[in-house]
Design a protein around this ligand. Structure first.
Ligand code: NAD
Length: 251
């Protein structure tokens, strides 16, 4: 892939102010896209990205932000549904309010943003939606019942949206990252008595000996967002250092 492959295209990246979303927004921008970051907090956003404060759980805020993006930037060609939150626990440990809160961000949020962008995606000759799922959708991760269910729903939503919109020329795919070293993981590590030792243990549990770098997920998202993947829709691309399918699993 080369610089300039996204010239003339407008991309929305939700949750683009941090971690995988920020790396994706910067990758798409470096390759020529005009990138709008939709995030509930825009602190420290680099100057080459246009920020819109919006919460994916708030439909009026999303509708307004998406319409503003299209008006100010001249349309919408790409949507990266990346905003997501974590949840730890078994089914016995997450209450109904926690289920509703996490599903609202991780699943309904993606549907809201995509629905708001559809009128402009339908007019684009390079329309692509990329959702961020997780290896949690594919593997029974301990203490992640709610999070896994939310990411499994993202996978199913991807297949359903790909089917519904293929005739309109809109492609929909997702990525399933493994453990990616982002602020999301750093916050989780802070919950352990010895975060440094836990970080080392986490790296050691990866088949490759280290966590995935956010730019590696961004590169996969960029491929699925780009016209180079024009024949690819309704797929999930694992970016997990092999943990989902290599056997034996790392200890
Ligand atoms: P992060 O916490 O570093 O960044 C998430 C961003 O989303 C933040 O900027 C946050 O402000 C924004 N956000 C959260 N809730 C929002 C809302 N309601 N409305 C708008 N913006 C909101 O997280 P990350 O690690 O970069 O994760 C990004 C995505 O990747 C998530 O969907 C996550 O589930 C997924 N993922 C992460 C990992 C990992 O190991 N880090 C692995 C697999 C999948």
């Amino acid at each position: 892939m080369s610089a300039g492959e996204f010239d003339g295209l407008v991309a929305i990246v939700t949750g683009g102010a941090s971690g995988i979303g920020l790396a994706t927004a910067q990758t798409l921008s470096a390759r020529g896209a005009t990138v709008a970051v939709l995030d509930r907090a825009l602190d420290g956003l680099p100057d080459d990205l246009v920020g819109f404060t919006a919460d994916v759980t708030d439909r009026p805020s999303i509708d307004a932000a998406v319409a503003q993006v299209a008006e100010r930037l001249g349309g919408i060609d790409i949507v990266v549904n990346n905003a997501g939150i974590s949840a730890v626990g078994t089914v016995a440990e997450n209450d109904d309010a926690e289920w509703a809160r996490v599903l609202d961000v991780n699943v309904v949020g993606m549907a809201r943003v995509t629905a708001a962008a559809l009128p402009w995606l339908r007019r684009s000759a390079a329309a692509s939606v990329v959702n961020v799922s997780s290896i949690a959708a594919l593997n029974g991760l301990p203490q992640r019942a709610l999070y896994s269910a939310s990411k499994g729903a993202v996978l199913a939503l991807t297949y359903a949206m790909a089917t519904d919109h293929v005739a309109e020329g809109i492609r929909v795919n997702c990525v399933c990252p493994g453990t990616v070293h982002t602020p999301f993981v750093d916050r989780m590590l802070q919950g352990f008595a010895d975060p440094v030792a836990e970080r080392a243990a986490l790296d050691a549990r990866q088949a490759t000996g280290r966590m995935v770098d956010p730019v590696e997920v961004a590169a996969a998202i960029a491929y699925l967002a780009s016209p180079l993947s024009v024949s690819t829709t309704g797929t999930a691309l694992d970016v997990d250092g092999g943990v989902s399918h290599l056997r034996p699993r790392p200890a």
